[in-house]
Design a protein around this ligand. Structure first.
Ligand code: CUA
Length: 416
């Protein structure tokens, strides 16, 4: 009898421990330095938000310890020790003690104030760039699409050509990879063209929703150059979980280099020309056990990104030219913009310098030849329900031969 009771208790404790471990695992608490860990902030906004989290944790821990100790004391001190205790008449009942009640109310208010002060300060701080730094802030507009992010640089004017081929200019637009200056506040306007999305760069700032017809914004600052993971954090349809992006923070000079490379129209690779001018790298997006994973960018993602800015050693000009022609004839150009190459669509991501990005398909796939192949071969299998598959391939009955795919991949790879 005694033994059964004991083993029963052991089972219960083991169950509780397993549940706790599962909660920790599911909440991601065990990966304190993971690519999307909020416990490893890389900028002042994320650091302030982590500080509020810790203040709240400490206050609740103290409450837990005080209440838990009093409870444990009462349970041990007043437990039934004999048969007589078990059947004893209940003691005289009290009806409240003014001192204890006032004390508890006072302690509760005190605990709430301790949490409220840094919380309110944090809300004000994270709302917008501090006044004294406003003049130095850089502005970018991020727009959510099902299921990728567009980034516009309203202060930068890029070179392009109009429908007739004449030179023109337009605000710089990119997609899926947000390049920001490090050590400088960046104000990000948040927009959406379809449903509610939520913009989240865990290491730089908490999430803020992108809501139709509402002009939200947030600000971030990266302490130093680095490579960060971003994620849509609001359920927005079947491929919500794979609506991701990357953030590349660069020092001032490198950021300017990147800007001037981006301003230029799409690169042209002509037969017989030597190594082409470098306009200005790929990072793993898959976990180690997933198909498509390479470890090429694990050690130093930022260096991987830098390598990606340079054109490939061997480029086949004829194949690239064929890819450029296919991009128009297969109607890719009606949804994507490639400045200078006559593609002016705005439904899908801007691709003028797509080859220089580390990821494709909304931050889902590493940007290398194999993954690009896999993506354009069957986008529906990679990102269920996406427009390129449904509205593009299926509605327009687009068929690509393996040779077509090869040419398109070479063309997109050349766009650096
Ligand atoms: Cu966009 Cu979830």
């Amino acid at each position: 009898m005694r033994f059964t009771c004991f083993s029963h208790r052991i089972t219960r404790w083991a169950g509780a421990a397993a549940a706790l471990a599962a909660v920790c695992l599911l909440s991601g608490c065990v990966w304190f330095d993971g690519p999307q860990s909020t416990f490893d902030p890389a900028g002042p906004v994320a650091r302030d938000q982590l500080r509020i989290f810790y203040v709240t944790c400490w206050v609740t821990l103290v409450i837990f310890l005080v209440v838990g100790s009093v409870l444990a004391y009462a349970m041990i001190r007043f437990r039934a020790r004999s048969d007589a205790d078990e059947h004893a008449a209940p003691p005289e009942q009290g009806h409240g003690n003014p001192m204890v009640e006032v004390g508890l109310i006072g302690a509760s208010i005190f605990a709430l104030v301790i949490i409220a002060v840094p919380t309110l300060k944090g809300i004000w701080y994270s709302y917008d760039v501090p006044e004294d730094e406003k003049a130095n802030a850089y502005e970018i507009t991020a727009t959510g699409y099902q299921w990728w992010f567009k980034f516009e640089y309203p202060g930068e004017t890029a070179q392009t050509t109009d429908m007739t081929g004449k030179p023109a200019s337009a605000p710089l637009t990119t997609g899926n990879e947000l390049v920001i200056p490090a050590g400088r506040p960046v104000r990000i306007n948040l927009r959406t063209v379809d449903v509610i999305h939520s913009f989240w760069i865990p290491k730089l700032a908490g999430k803020v929703d992108m809501i139709p017809n509402r002009a939200n914004h947030l600000w971030v600052e990266a302490d130093k150059p680095g490579y960060f993971w971003g994620q849509c954090a609001e359920f927005c349809g079947e491929s919500h979980a794979v609506m991701r992006f990357r953030v590349v923070a660069l020092g001032p000079r490198e950021f300017n280099d990147w800007l001037s490379a981006q301003m230029a129209p799409a690169r042209r690779v002509e037969a017989g020309q030597g190594q082409p001018r470098a306009q200005f790298a790929a990072y793993r997006t898959f976990r180690q056990n997933e198909a498509g994973y390479t470890d090429a960018f694990d050690a130093s993602p930022l260096d991987g990104w830098r390598r990606q800015q340079k054109p490939e050693e061997a480029e086949d000009a004829a194949l690239i030219a064929k890819g450029r022609a296919l991009f128009g004839s297969k109607t890719c150009s009606s949804c994507h913009t490639i400045r200078g190459d006559g593609a002016v669509g705005v439904t899908g991501p801007e691709l003028t310098h797509a080859g220089a990005r580390t990821t494709i398909a909304g931050g889902l796939l590493e940007n290398n030849r194999d993954e690009l192949h896999r993506w354009i071969h069957n986008p529906g299998a990679v990102k269920p329900g996406n427009k390129m598959w449904v509205n593009g391939y299926l509605l327009n009955n687009i068929k690509l031969t393996p040779e077509d795919e090869d040419a398109l991949v070479s063309y997109l790879r050349s766009l650096r």
